[in-house]
Design a protein around this ligand. Structure first.
Ligand code: AMP
Length: 181
């Protein structure tokens, strides 16, 4: 669901603080650097509060964060929602039995994994990451959560790059982004 109302002052301040880094990590990519937001105590708290506020009362059992910038946001949002935190990691990083999903990247494929016992059947999971670009990572993460028997109660991003149309890959899930470009 895209929120129709105007962004509030805090969201505008967060958007202003995100730094564009041209040609990183390679030529032609404009990298959205969120570190100026993270290092500012007021903006960091505002960011976590804004994300958590939208899901308060939705009975979220777990917040799943995608390595690595998704972790930074997912753990405090989980705390704010009195939910647990589940890491979704690059392949080979998690020590116990995992589910794995592959997704296409520019050249070849990438894989992410989640522990098979990350949560129980029917638990309500909020998926959280920093940036929605082409949607390949998030759609693989959704498959992981559903494979493990979780219900995707929401998919949230700090930043959505509208022009890449990643949202189209996420089906009819409740998709929310705090700021858009
Ligand atoms: P995608 O699978 O194309 O939606 O890419 C999403 C993942 O790549 C996220 O985990 C982001 O952290 C990262 N990412 C993609 N594009 C950018 C960008 N322009 N700036 C910062 N991070 C990005």
């Amino acid at each position: 669901m895209s929120e129709k109302k105007e962004p509030n002052g805090m969201i505008l301040r967060i958007k202003k603080a995100v730094r564009d880094v041209p040609d990183f990590p390679k030529k032609g990519i404009v990298f959205k650097d969120i570190t100026p937001v993270l290092r500012d105590p007021t903006l960091l708290k505002g960011l976590v509060d804004e994300l958590a506020r939208r899901y308060a009362g939705l009975k979220i059992d777990y917040v799943a964060g995608i390595e690595s910038r998704g972790f930074i946001l997912a753990a405090p949002v989980a705390t704010a929602l009195s939910a647990g935190f589940v890491p979704i990691r690059k392949k080979g990083k998690l020590p116990c039995e995992t589910y794995r999903e592959d997704f296409k990247v520019e050249y070849g494929t990438d894989s992410i994994e989640m522990h098979k016992d990350a949560f129980g059947l029917g638990n309500r999971v909020l998926l959280l990451d920093d940036v929605l670009a082409t949607g390949g990572t998030a759609s693989a993460a959704i498959r992981l959560i559903e494979k493990a028997g979780g219900r995707v109660a929401g998919v949230a991003f700090m930043i959505e790059l509208n022009f890449l149309e990643g949202r189209a890959k996420l089906g009819d899930r409740d998709v929310y982004s705090l700021i858009q470009y």
